[in-house]
Write a protein that binds this ligand. Structure first.
Ligand SMILES: [Zn+2]
Length: 434
């Protein structure tokens, strides 16, 4: 079968790999693996495959030298269908040069583009200079267990990657107000995702004889205090560097401000907090109240009330110090704060030779884009790879408009066929340049 990368992506999109633990996902991952085997026979014949975790895949493409191994990552699972879709989310339909479906951008487009680049290079008889590992997690959207298993496997083999490249950034259009050029953002760090639970216990009872300041009222007061609290504001090094790199492309009045982002960091950070929730999230740890639980019945006073709080912790801070800030803001010793899941922010990957290899490849394939480092707001599987590598970068080689970025985890996710094919060219060139 000759390589048809578009048909390969369509086939991958048709496997509904929502990893919700319902049992149905086993069949979906089997379908996806079958599609990959069918479309990428040379890859499967030439690379060594180690299954990791439940449905994770770890491939090794032996290079001329075992030094400086590289890991290319993507994840096979997708989030559930949300909202009303114009096209079948698992249909892989192509309409007017656009491929529609859950996972086109997050993250099957990237997964299949990596495979297509490798398959094409193998067909040309190419062998990489260094070992190229492909690590495809199967539960990125939930636990990341498969990626952790891949890290364990690499560690057990003594593999210390020169660099790791995962999802996260993109060739982002309309990414920054006043900057017309798309920005090729490469994530060099990610915020930490941490869940805590606030819990208040006390007297419950019949709602005909209420008392003041019961668990529900105390919890409500704690929540409003968190809602009003202010976290320290600043600009981490990658953000300063991003501003300096995009400065020449910014609207004229913004240029000197961005070019001097380092010196003006405190003022710039305060300005960003006033430009809306997205720019504000660049500058500080965010606190979001998510779940709430209290009385189960209209005539019962709760003896326990709880709220879930999702924290996105700024690079440079720690879970412990943020929890202490929550405690100080709530200022009520009756409110217990339990850390349900602690996720520290990542270290910051260096901007050295490996980073330049990525940004030079961006410049070659997307000459219209300005490559720049940045901090990823969400969590990716690649965070586990800091255990075995200093250089973890996050970049999906696809053009994404603001409207397309808004479809990730929402309805009508899509990618243009041409943009997908340029993504394959990106990986091809990256592997050739090693
Ligand atoms: Zn993703």
């Amino acid at each position: 079968m000759t390589l048809d990368p578009v048909a390969a992506l369509q086939a991958a999109l048709r496997a509904p790999t929502v990893n919700d633990g319902s049992g149905a996902e086993t069949q979906a991952f089997a379908q996806l693996h079958e599609a990959l085997r069918e479309h990428f026979p040379l890859l499967h014949a030439n690379l060594d495959l180690t299954p990791v975790g439940e449905h994770g895949l770890l491939f090794r493409w032996p290079g001329a030298s075992a030094e400086k191994p590289v890991v290319l990552m993507a994840h096979q699972d997708v989030v559930p269908i949300a909202g009303v879709w114009t096209h079948d989310p698992f249909g892989g339909e192509i309409v007017d040069g656009v491929i529609h479906g859950r996972g086109t951008l997050d993250d099957k487009g990237q997964l299949v583009a990596i495979c297509a680049a490798v398959e094409g290079l193998l067909a040309d008889g190419f062998a990489p200079a260094y070992d190229v590992w492909l690590s495809f997690g199967s539960d990125e959207e939930t636990t990341g267990a498969a990626a952790r298993a891949a890290v364990e496997e690499l560690r057990s083999q003594g593999v210390e990657p020169w660099f790791v490249l995962d999802e996260g950034g993109a060739v982002a259009f309309d990414a920054f107000p006043g900057v017309a050029a798309p920005i090729g953002v490469v994530g060099v760090a990610e915020k930490g995702t941490t869940d805590v639970r606030l819990k208040v216990t006390g007297d419950g009872g019949h709602s005909s004889t209420p008392r003041q300041n019961g668990p529900t009222a105390r919890l409500a007061r704690a929540i409003t205090r968190l809602d009003r609290m202010s976290m320290p504001v600043g600009l981490p090094a990658p953000t300063v560097e991003m501003f300096e790199r995009i400065a020449p492309y910014a609207a004229r009045p913004m240029r000197p401000v961005l070019a001097n982002a380092g010196r003006l960091a405190p003022a710039l950070a305060r300005l960003l907090t006033r430009l809306g929730p997205e720019p504000a999230a660049l500058t500080r740890t965010t606190v979001a109240i998510t779940t709430l639980e209290g009385s189960p019945a209209a005539n019962v006073i709760a003896s326990a009330a709880s709220a879930g709080v999702n924290l996105r912790i700024m690079v440079g801070e720690t879970v412990a110090e943020v929890v202490e800030r929550l405690r100080a803001a709530i200022a009520d010793k009756h409110v217990e704060i339990e850390v349900v899941r602690a996720g520290e922010p990542s270290p910051i990957s260096p901007r050295d030779e490996a980073f330049s290899l990525v940004t030079d490849t961006i410049a070659a394939i997307f000459p219209e884009a300005v490559p720049a480092p940045y901090t990823v707001m969400a969590a990716t599987d690649s965070r586990f790879f800091y255990e075995i590598s200093d250089r973890v970068y996050r970049f999906a080689p696809f053009r994404m408009t603001a409207a397309q970025r808004a479809t990730i985890h929402a309805a009508d996710e899509n990618i243009r066929v041409d943009d997908y094919l340029d993504g394959i060219r990106f990986y091809r060139r990256l592997i050739e340049s090693l």
